[in-house]
Design a protein. Structure first.
Length: 238
Protein backbone atom coordinates (compact mmCIF):
# COMPACT_ATOMS: atom_id res chain seq x y z
CA UNK A 1 0.00 0.00 0.00
CA UNK A 2 1.21 3.51 -0.75
CA UNK A 3 0.67 6.82 1.05
CA UNK A 4 0.46 5.25 4.52
CA UNK A 5 2.07 6.90 7.55
CA UNK A 6 2.46 4.84 10.71
CA UNK A 7 4.00 6.56 13.73
CA UNK A 8 6.37 4.73 16.08
CA UNK A 9 6.95 4.61 19.79
CA UNK A 10 3.52 3.90 21.31
CA UNK A 11 3.95 2.98 24.98
CA UNK A 12 0.41 3.09 26.40
CA UNK A 13 -2.54 1.93 24.33
CA UNK A 14 -5.04 1.70 27.16
CA UNK A 15 -8.64 2.59 26.33
CA UNK A 16 -8.82 4.97 29.30
CA UNK A 17 -6.08 7.09 27.78
CA UNK A 18 -8.07 7.26 24.55
CA UNK A 19 -11.25 8.13 26.45
CA UNK A 20 -9.45 10.99 28.21
CA UNK A 21 -8.30 12.48 24.90
CA UNK A 22 -11.85 12.12 23.54
CA UNK A 23 -13.28 14.01 26.52
CA UNK A 24 -10.76 16.83 26.19
CA UNK A 25 -11.49 17.15 22.48
CA UNK A 26 -15.24 17.27 23.06
CA UNK A 27 -15.06 19.82 25.87
CA UNK A 28 -12.25 22.09 24.69
CA UNK A 29 -11.96 21.49 20.97
CA UNK A 30 -8.77 20.66 19.07
CA UNK A 31 -5.38 21.88 20.37
CA UNK A 32 -5.16 24.29 17.43
CA UNK A 33 -7.40 25.40 14.59
CA UNK A 34 -5.54 25.92 11.31
CA UNK A 35 -6.44 29.05 9.36
CA UNK A 36 -9.22 28.29 6.91
CA UNK A 37 -9.87 24.80 8.29
CA UNK A 38 -13.46 23.54 8.48
CA UNK A 39 -15.33 24.43 11.66
CA UNK A 40 -14.76 21.90 14.44
CA UNK A 41 -18.36 21.79 15.66
CA UNK A 42 -19.70 21.40 12.13
CA UNK A 43 -17.54 18.52 10.94
CA UNK A 44 -16.99 16.59 14.18
CA UNK A 45 -19.37 13.84 15.27
CA UNK A 46 -20.86 14.86 18.65
CA UNK A 47 -19.62 12.99 21.70
CA UNK A 48 -22.89 11.09 22.38
CA UNK A 49 -22.84 9.71 18.83
CA UNK A 50 -19.16 8.85 19.22
CA UNK A 51 -20.08 6.90 22.36
CA UNK A 52 -22.71 5.01 20.39
CA UNK A 53 -20.23 4.21 17.62
CA UNK A 54 -17.78 2.90 20.22
CA UNK A 55 -20.42 0.78 21.97
CA UNK A 56 -21.71 -0.71 18.71
CA UNK A 57 -18.22 -1.67 17.55
CA UNK A 58 -17.42 -3.19 20.95
CA UNK A 59 -20.65 -5.22 20.77
CA UNK A 60 -19.59 -6.39 17.30
CA UNK A 61 -16.20 -7.48 18.65
CA UNK A 62 -14.32 -5.74 15.84
CA UNK A 63 -10.61 -6.19 15.26
CA UNK A 64 -10.14 -4.31 11.98
CA UNK A 65 -11.94 -1.12 10.94
CA UNK A 66 -11.66 1.10 7.85
CA UNK A 67 -12.58 4.76 8.32
CA UNK A 68 -13.06 7.38 5.60
CA UNK A 69 -12.48 10.92 6.85
CA UNK A 70 -10.32 11.85 9.84
CA UNK A 71 -10.68 15.64 10.23
CA UNK A 72 -10.27 16.39 13.99
CA UNK A 73 -10.39 12.67 14.93
CA UNK A 74 -13.63 12.65 16.93
CA UNK A 75 -14.97 9.43 15.43
CA UNK A 76 -11.47 8.00 14.94
CA UNK A 77 -10.78 8.21 18.67
CA UNK A 78 -14.08 6.44 19.41
CA UNK A 79 -13.17 3.69 16.94
CA UNK A 80 -9.69 3.37 18.41
CA UNK A 81 -11.14 3.07 21.91
CA UNK A 82 -13.50 0.36 20.69
CA UNK A 83 -10.65 -1.60 19.09
CA UNK A 84 -8.77 -1.59 22.38
CA UNK A 85 -11.81 -2.53 24.44
CA UNK A 86 -12.60 -5.58 22.29
CA UNK A 87 -9.24 -7.08 23.20
CA UNK A 88 -8.42 -8.03 19.61
CA UNK A 89 -5.01 -9.68 19.27
CA UNK A 90 -3.83 -7.36 16.50
CA UNK A 91 -6.22 -4.39 16.26
CA UNK A 92 -6.00 -2.38 13.06
CA UNK A 93 -7.57 0.94 12.07
CA UNK A 94 -7.04 2.14 8.50
CA UNK A 95 -7.95 5.84 8.29
CA UNK A 96 -8.28 7.49 4.87
CA UNK A 97 -8.18 11.29 4.59
CA UNK A 98 -6.49 13.11 1.68
CA UNK A 99 -7.13 16.46 3.41
CA UNK A 100 -5.59 15.71 6.79
CA UNK A 101 -2.45 17.73 6.10
CA UNK A 102 -3.77 20.16 3.51
CA UNK A 103 -6.92 21.30 5.37
CA UNK A 104 -6.38 20.19 8.97
CA UNK A 105 -2.60 20.57 9.37
CA UNK A 106 -2.35 17.04 10.78
CA UNK A 107 -4.32 17.86 13.94
CA UNK A 108 -6.45 14.71 13.83
CA UNK A 109 -3.45 12.42 13.39
CA UNK A 110 -1.63 14.19 16.23
CA UNK A 111 -4.61 13.52 18.51
CA UNK A 112 -4.58 9.82 17.62
CA UNK A 113 -0.90 9.68 18.47
CA UNK A 114 -1.48 11.57 21.73
CA UNK A 115 -4.07 8.93 22.63
CA UNK A 116 -1.49 6.17 22.13
CA UNK A 117 -3.18 4.81 19.01
CA UNK A 118 -0.16 5.24 16.76
CA UNK A 119 0.52 1.51 16.90
CA UNK A 120 -3.05 0.72 15.84
CA UNK A 121 -3.97 3.40 13.31
CA UNK A 122 -2.61 3.92 9.80
CA UNK A 123 -3.19 7.15 7.90
CA UNK A 124 -3.76 7.01 4.14
CA UNK A 125 -3.50 10.41 2.45
CA UNK A 126 -5.09 9.74 -0.92
CA UNK A 127 -8.69 9.70 -2.11
CA UNK A 128 -10.68 6.79 -0.75
CA UNK A 129 -12.16 5.99 -4.16
CA UNK A 130 -8.68 5.09 -5.39
CA UNK A 131 -7.24 3.49 -2.30
CA UNK A 132 -10.23 1.28 -1.48
CA UNK A 133 -10.02 -0.28 -4.94
CA UNK A 134 -6.45 -1.38 -4.26
CA UNK A 135 -7.35 -2.51 -0.76
CA UNK A 136 -10.14 -4.70 -2.14
CA UNK A 137 -7.85 -6.02 -4.87
CA UNK A 138 -5.32 -7.02 -2.23
CA UNK A 139 -7.95 -9.12 -0.44
CA UNK A 140 -8.03 -6.92 2.66
CA UNK A 141 -10.84 -7.83 5.08
CA UNK A 142 -12.36 -5.59 7.75
CA UNK A 143 -15.02 -6.21 10.38
CA UNK A 144 -16.57 -2.76 10.02
CA UNK A 145 -16.24 0.62 8.32
CA UNK A 146 -17.13 4.19 9.20
CA UNK A 147 -17.85 6.56 6.31
CA UNK A 148 -17.59 10.35 6.62
CA UNK A 149 -15.73 11.42 3.51
CA UNK A 150 -16.92 13.06 0.32
CA UNK A 151 -20.63 13.82 0.26
CA UNK A 152 -20.90 13.77 -3.54
CA UNK A 153 -23.23 10.95 -4.56
CA UNK A 154 -20.81 9.36 -7.00
CA UNK A 155 -17.97 9.31 -4.48
CA UNK A 156 -20.13 7.89 -1.69
CA UNK A 157 -21.42 5.23 -4.08
CA UNK A 158 -17.90 4.18 -5.05
CA UNK A 159 -16.81 4.11 -1.39
CA UNK A 160 -19.73 1.86 -0.47
CA UNK A 161 -19.18 -0.39 -3.47
CA UNK A 162 -15.63 -1.21 -2.43
CA UNK A 163 -16.48 -1.38 1.25
CA UNK A 164 -19.05 -4.01 0.28
CA UNK A 165 -16.11 -6.08 -0.93
CA UNK A 166 -13.80 -5.25 1.98
CA UNK A 167 -16.12 -5.57 4.99
CA UNK A 168 -16.75 -9.23 5.76
CA UNK A 169 -20.22 -10.72 5.24
CA UNK A 170 -22.25 -9.95 8.34
CA UNK A 171 -20.06 -6.97 9.17
CA UNK A 172 -21.32 -3.43 9.60
CA UNK A 173 -20.93 -0.13 7.75
CA UNK A 174 -21.62 3.04 9.72
CA UNK A 175 -22.22 6.39 8.03
CA UNK A 176 -22.27 10.00 9.14
CA UNK A 177 -24.27 12.78 7.47
CA UNK A 178 -27.09 10.58 6.22
CA UNK A 179 -29.25 13.69 6.40
CA UNK A 180 -27.68 14.79 3.10
CA UNK A 181 -29.79 13.46 0.21
CA UNK A 182 -26.66 12.59 -1.77
CA UNK A 183 -25.47 10.27 1.01
CA UNK A 184 -28.83 8.68 1.79
CA UNK A 185 -29.48 8.09 -1.92
CA UNK A 186 -26.22 6.18 -2.29
CA UNK A 187 -27.06 4.00 0.71
CA UNK A 188 -30.54 3.37 -0.68
CA UNK A 189 -29.08 1.54 -3.67
CA UNK A 190 -27.26 -0.94 -1.41
CA UNK A 191 -30.38 -1.46 0.67
CA UNK A 192 -32.57 -2.02 -2.38
CA UNK A 193 -30.28 -4.17 -4.51
CA UNK A 194 -27.57 -5.66 -2.30
CA UNK A 195 -29.38 -6.55 0.91
CA UNK A 196 -27.80 -4.08 3.31
CA UNK A 197 -30.09 -3.73 6.34
CA UNK A 198 -30.22 -1.15 9.13
CA UNK A 199 -28.92 -2.54 12.42
CA UNK A 200 -31.96 -2.47 14.76
CA UNK A 201 -31.58 0.10 17.52
CA UNK A 202 -28.08 1.13 16.47
CA UNK A 203 -27.13 4.81 16.84
CA UNK A 204 -30.64 5.61 18.03
CA UNK A 205 -31.65 8.98 19.52
CA UNK A 206 -28.83 10.78 17.75
CA UNK A 207 -28.77 14.14 16.02
CA UNK A 208 -31.39 14.77 13.36
CA UNK A 209 -31.39 17.20 10.47
CA UNK A 210 -32.94 20.65 10.86
CA UNK A 211 -35.17 20.03 7.84
CA UNK A 212 -37.17 16.82 7.68
CA UNK A 213 -35.77 15.26 10.84
CA UNK A 214 -33.52 12.77 9.06
CA UNK A 215 -31.04 11.02 11.36
CA UNK A 216 -27.43 12.12 11.07
CA UNK A 217 -25.91 8.66 11.48
CA UNK A 218 -26.84 5.11 10.55
CA UNK A 219 -25.48 1.58 10.71
CA UNK A 220 -26.05 -1.17 8.15
CA UNK A 221 -25.32 -4.88 8.31
CA UNK A 222 -23.99 -6.56 5.20
CA UNK A 223 -25.59 -9.83 4.09
CA UNK A 224 -23.75 -13.07 3.90
CA UNK A 225 -23.02 -14.39 1.39
CA UNK A 226 -22.82 -11.35 -0.88
CA UNK A 227 -25.72 -11.26 -3.35
CA UNK A 228 -25.27 -11.05 -7.12
CA UNK A 229 -28.38 -9.21 -8.39
CA UNK A 230 -29.60 -9.66 -11.95
CA UNK A 231 -29.26 -6.38 -13.86
CA UNK A 232 -32.58 -7.11 -15.57
CA UNK A 233 -34.29 -6.77 -12.18
CA UNK A 234 -32.99 -3.27 -11.52
CA UNK A 235 -35.55 -0.99 -9.91
CA UNK A 236 -35.56 2.61 -8.67
CA UNK A 237 -33.94 2.99 -5.26
CA UNK A 238 -34.61 6.58 -4.15
Amino acid sequence: MNSIARADGATDRGPERVAAVRRRLSRHGPPRRPDGAPDFATVTLPEPECDQVRDLLVAEGVGTVVEIGLAYAGSALAIGEALLRTGARDPRHVVIDPFQYTAYDGVGWELLCAAGLDGVAELVTEPSQRFLARLAGAGFVADAAFVDGSHHFHNVFVDLHFLGEIVRPGGVVLLDDLWWPSVSAAVAYFETHLGWRPVPGALADGTTGPAGGRPRTGAYRLPGPRPAPDFREFRPFC
